[in-house]
Write a protein that binds this ligand. Structure first.
Ligand code: GDP
Ligand code: MG
Ligand code: ZN
Length: 291
């Protein structure tokens, strides 16, 4: 037998597709895997036997996202269309907060810029997110505009694509590399959302790295408590240390660094307004566990 190490790129019905030195294997897991290692995920690096095709060990993860359920992600690329569905600061900032909670850096890619979107609208989004230290790119998956700036972002990284369905995740993948042949949904005007075309998490090899195409899921599934938001909302974590109260929610507390920087224009008003709305809609961690 030969022991090999590889990356799980797909998992279905107990069969794990593994890539090792550019060769693909279909493996199962050995019953002897210890309990804490039994829950193998796409993104896991595993040791397997290339004769009986059984996985017998898994490397410790450096990150573990819950939605989508994936291990060892280096960065989150949040895809949002500028239109159809309409860009939402609320959702985009919620996704970034979610990535921050798992200590995964995020980048925003805006799609459908070919659909007569005003320059002002794009600039406002870019400025807002850049102030919060989040890079923004704008592309058209249809004309290919902007794609060359986006390609290098994926180099040697495991990237998780995340975004509502219908925003163009699969289309972006196909535009980057037509051989991916991801099935594209259609944006339904009537439903106001795209059909869920991508059913499972799968890692695709791209530029010495991997990209995860993920199923659309409801943003309601991204459980964020008030306390998470106060801490992980973009730009807040580093400021929280300078707030007078250690558990400052940055709303009505005295000597709040976030409010101070808002007044000085260092935090965009639209971001702070979105924070208030997100916080208002979130439940409190403490309240939930006191029940
Ligand atoms: N005009 C235009 N249409 C796009 C663009 N990106 C995606 N679409 C369309 O939007 C719909 C949803 O795209 P899809 O890639 O399936 O979205 P996903 O659910 O995020 O994977 C499809 O009809 C695509 O053709 C774009 O940049 N420009
Ligand atoms: Mg898709
Ligand atoms: Zn504060």
């Amino acid at each position: 037998m030969a022991e090999k190490q590889g990356l799980i790129v797909k998992a279905k019905y107990g069969v794990f597709t593994i890539i090792s030195d550019d060769i693909t294997y279909e493996c199962k897991k050995r019953g002897s895997l210890s309990k804490d290692k039994k829950n193998l995920l796409v993104g896991d690096i595993v040791n397997f036997d290339d004769e009986d095709l059984m996985i017998f060990d898994v490397k410790e993860r450096h990150s573990h996202l819950i939605r989508p359920n994936i291990a060892n992600v280096d960065q989150m690329i949040i895809i949002f269309s500028l239109i159809e569905p309409e860009f939402s600061y609320y959702l985009a900032l919620k996704y970034v907060t979610y990535a921050n909670k798992y200590h995964i850096p995020s980048i925003l890619i805006l799609t459908k810029e070919d659909k007569n979107v005003s320059k002002e609208k794009i600039n406002e989004i870019v400025e807002t997110f850049n102030k919060l230290s989040i890079p923004v790119y704008s592309v058209s998956n249809k004309t290919g505009e902007g794609l060359d700036k986006v390609r290098p972002l994926f180099k040697e990284k495991t990237t998780c694509l995340i975004g509502q369905s219908g925003v163009g995740k699969s289309s972006l993948l196909n535009a980057l590399d037509p051989s991916f042949k991801r099935s594209e949904g259609s944006y339904s005007e009537a439903l106001g959302r795209g059909r869920h075309e991508t059913k499972e998490v799968v890692l695709l090899k791209y530029q010495d790295g991997f990209i995860a195409d993920t199923p659309g899921f409801s943003s309601l599934d991204l459980n964020l408590y008030k306390e998470d938001l106060a801490k992980y909302f973009p730009g807040f974590e580093e400021r929280s240390n300078d707030c007078y109260f250690t558990d400052c929610l940055h709303i009505s507390e005295k000597n709040c660094q976030v409010k101070k920087d808002l007044m000085e224009g260092k935090i965009p008003q639209i971001a702070y307004d979105t924070y208030l709305k997100l916080s208002n809609d979130a439940i409190s961690y403490i309240r939930r566990f006191q029940k």
